[in-house]
Design a protein around this ligand. Structure first.
Ligand SMILES: [Zn+2]
Length: 87
C-alpha cells in the first residue's frame, strides 16, 4: 500500500486506478505466500523413508526438490519429497 501513497500526492489528486492495482498486487502476494505455506505443509510427516507401492517395489528417499509453479496469484515455490523405486 505504501507505493500507492506517493502517486496520490504527486498528481495532486485521487489516482483510483493506481490504488486499485496496488491493493490487488498486495492481496496477490499475500495469497501466493498463503498458498505456498498451505501446499508446502507436510501433512504426513517429513522423514518418511518410503512410499507404498502396490507392486512391492522398494522406494528410496532421495531428498527434497523445489518446483516453481505459476498460479493465478503469481509464482509459488513448492518443496516435494522425491523417491526412487528400486526394481
Ligand atoms: Zn513401484
Amino acid at each position: 500500500m505504501e507505493r500507492a501513497l506517493p502517486e496520490w500526492s504527486s498528481r495532486g489528486g485521487f489516482d483510483l486506478e493506481a490504488i486499485e492495482f496496488a491493493v490487488r498486487d498486495s492481496l496477490q502476494r499475500v495469497g501466493a505466500r498463503f498458498l505456498e505455506q498451505l501446499l508446502n505443509t507436510d501433512w504426513e510427516g517429513s522423514s518418511r523413508g518410503w512410499v507404498p507401492c502396490d507392486q512391492q517395489h522398494v522406494s528410496r528417499h532421495v531428498g527434497k526438490r523445489e518446483k516453481t509453479v505459476l498460479t493465478v496469484v503469481g509464482e509459488i515455490h513448492l518443496d516435494r519429497e522425491y523417491y526412487h523405486a528400486e526394481l
